[in-house]
Design a protein around this ligand. Sequence first.
Ligand SMILES: CC(C)(COP(=O)(O)OP(=O)(O)OC[C@H]1O[C@@H](n2cnc3c(N)ncnc32)[C@H](O)[C@@H]1OP(=O)(O)O)[C@@H](O)C(=O)NCCC(=O)NCCS
Length: 177
Amino acid sequence: MNVTQSIIRKATPEDASQIFELYKTVSKNIGGLARTENEITRAYVENFSNKSFENGLQFVVIDPLNEQEIIAEIHCYQLEPGVFKHILSELTVAVHPEYQGKGLGKQLFQALLGDVQLNRPDILRVELIARESNIKAIQLYENLGFKIEGRFENRINNGNNSFEADIPMAWFPSKIR
Ligand SMILES: CC(C)(COP(=O)(O)OP(=O)(O)OC[C@H]1O[C@@H](n2cnc3c(N)ncnc32)[C@H](O)[C@@H]1OP(=O)(O)O)[C@@H](O)C(=O)NCCC(=O)NCCS
């Protein structure tokens, strides 16, 4: 599938329905998103979108050749306690399975981190957590400058009495801003 025509832009409240459909599709493949398909609800999507509009960032990729369909999304936002106000947290990224491995995830991160670097001097840290087996994602995050900060042993329950570690990672803007 050709993604050279795809467009990255900030999300709007009107995108919620399409983002919901995207997350439903991406969550069908086990091993990526933490939530399973039946845990992706409209309330979940509206909640993270609203928080991202209020104090965080949310970008989408649209495919202009396919009726403006949203094919990828990234978001993160500030947590409520004042002590965490310099952090963008709860970062989640999802690329439609048919469009994965074509550079869209990397481009979404570059848009988000570039915006933080330029326009959010209040943000000193962007954090995320990825399951240890999601090697492709962890490699991408490291290439983007995220640092592995530790290891949450047995944090992910894969069912059938099988658990795996979750890997906390963080990115820091450069001091020249
Ligand atoms: C993880 C995810 C966001 C990455 O986005 P993507 O668009 O597929 O990744 P990109 O095409 O931007 O690739 C980024 C890097 O990973 C590499 N990569 C891509 N597909 C790969 C594959 N199948 N195997 C190994 N490396 C791969 C690319 O080479 C690229 O590295 P480079 O910049 O050095 O060339 C996306 O695959 C996804 O949505 N997965 C399901 C949900 C998920 O896991 N979310 C993250 C939860 S923490």
